[in-house]
Ligand binder design. Sequence first.
Ligand code: SME
Length: 161
Amino acid sequence: MWIIQSNYSSDHFYQDLEKELCSLIEGERNLYANLANISSWVYHTIPDMNWCGFYLWSETDKELILGPFQGKPACIRIKPERGVCGSAYSTSKTQLVEDVHLFPGHISCDSVSRSELVIPLIKNNTVLGVLDLDSPHVSRFKKRDAENLEKIFNKISEIIF
Ligand code: SME
């Protein structure tokens, strides 16, 4: 049984999160099982979110396709030139959007979402997907969240893919 305790305000939160996620995927090679558990853990430990999940790049379809997530059903396919996720994919850069209403081309899957953080999942210099976090609050995500999640998911991506 997994007991999820969140101490988000602690300085050690992201160090702990990295250890917890590595422990969660240890010994398991199935990509979808690992992404499912990671999305659950992140969703339940980082407060004030309404959606947390993955889009994976399909080399066949040349677009991002919905993967495991927590939250309401979301759009299934995202072209690389579209939305916040497409921007993270095509630039290989984390996208920190304080107000999604001000982001040209934002794709609204849940009208409740007001801010968004998207982290590219990179292995061997190739973007294989993105982690997408949505919050119902404007400016929910800070530089601290973006930098720490980027670092953690650079490491996680090397392990899970
Ligand atoms: N808002 C995203 C689409 C995915 S949903 O938020 C789950 C975007 O603009 O790419």
